[in-house]
Ligand binder design. Sequence first.
Ligand SMILES: Cc1cc2nc3c(=O)[nH]c(=O)nc-3n(C[C@H](O)[C@H](O)[C@H](O)COP(=O)(O)OP(=O)(O)OC[C@H]3O[C@@H](n4cnc5c(N)ncnc54)[C@H](O)[C@@H]3O)c2cc1C
Length: 414
Amino acid sequence: MPNPQKIVVIGAGINGVSTAIWLRRAGHEVTLLDKDGPGAGASFGNAGLLAQWAIIPVNTPGLMKTGLKYLLDPKSPLFLQWSYAPRLMPWLVKFMSHATEDRARKMIDGLIPMVTDSLSQHQALTRGTSAADFVALSDFSYAYETRAAFEADSYGWNFRREAGMAPELIEGPAVQDAEPILGPRIKCLAVTRGHGHILNPGGYVEALTQVLIEEGGAFRQAEVRDMTLTGGRITSVETTQGSLPCDHAVLAAGIWSKPLMRKLGLKVSMEAERGHHLHLKNPSQMPNNPIMITTGKFGFTPMNDGLRCAGTVELGSIEKGPSRKPLELIRYHLGRSCPDLTFDSAEEWLGFRPSTPDSLPLVGEIGQTGVHAAFGHQHIGLTAGPKTGRLVADMIDGRRPNIDMAPYDANRRF
Ligand SMILES: Cc1cc2nc3c(=O)[nH]c(=O)nc-3n(C[C@H](O)[C@H](O)[C@H](O)COP(=O)(O)OP(=O)(O)OC[C@H]3O[C@@H](n4cnc5c(N)ncnc54)[C@H](O)[C@@H]3O)c2cc1C
């Protein structure tokens, strides 16, 4: 085992806590920090999907046309806060510049190793711990109103087939036999088998933090304000609770990693894809497996304490609270797809997906500073968190990961 190092992990979302656990298991002295407590960010309210099929980024060829069409259609799942448009523009231009055949292929090649073994990565992280009970095995279906709508999605399905995920099609009344919660409007289900989901994402991150503590790591609630570098290498992390000396730091603060990178004198191109959820309490029906309602682009996941509908994309500020329109859109498409579903109440939530222009996360050391990036996971952070943690722990210990890390290079220019 390499010499035990003092390591501070900044941010107790799924990426931070997974990294902290793998570092602790490698024998290091680990302190996990969060300004608000474990699982307070995007990791709290996501759709809970271990999305092994999520190998297609948002910025694929044709985005310009569909994006404009979506923005003009109030019943579509893409929204823009127009007042934020001037600040968004530099990122948006870079994001759109990746929507070409060649670049999309590269992004897909980068996403495949990050997501396709997610279930076994979560199982390896939680095996023998109390957090294992949060990981459920499931199939996943895309729900379409017509066969033609499924066929119009052929761009993504062709890549998924190539990656070994050929869909099984269920059509006509057999849809309602498979998923009685779906009404007659849904006429085609494209099912992929052998995935998983998390039964309570916020509770999962809290349970993982407890695992870290039980295995000898530490958690502290403190806000990181700065990092001190001596001779170009990190020597301490400065927090609201004082200074923490360290040999390495891991920056896993989701969307808030951007201002902390600025403290290192680095400008990272990252914006929030705002997403909302409606969490239905005491629903009259539950799906047998998680489903994507394709018209509203939200996941529909059975959880321990209700039914979670989470998704949509709103480009905008992280300073503003929840928006009515995405939440209304989820309600609208839910009503159309599941006409008999009733529930007692619905919790509303807003979260920030940390998104880079090439839809790939930053994983690895920033220069030779001893600060390691583990952020920028856009729509797939829950899926890829445990793998990210393992990769970061391997790299800190000088073990070469068995995948090509170049696509996630923390020093790349967009
Ligand atoms: C609506 C929605 C649905 C989604 N569905 C899925 C899904 O089904 N599957 C999937 O894989 N992904 C999904 N995602 C994406 C996923 O939730 C994110 O990619 C992931 O949670 C990011 O995790 P993280 O650990 O990087 O960041 P976060 O979970 O945001 O954690 C960052 C943490 O850093 C802390 N922090 C910030 N600044 C500081 C500071 N200065 N000092 C100390 N602490 C700090 C915050 O308090 C926070 O707890 C969804 C996202 C949304 C919004």
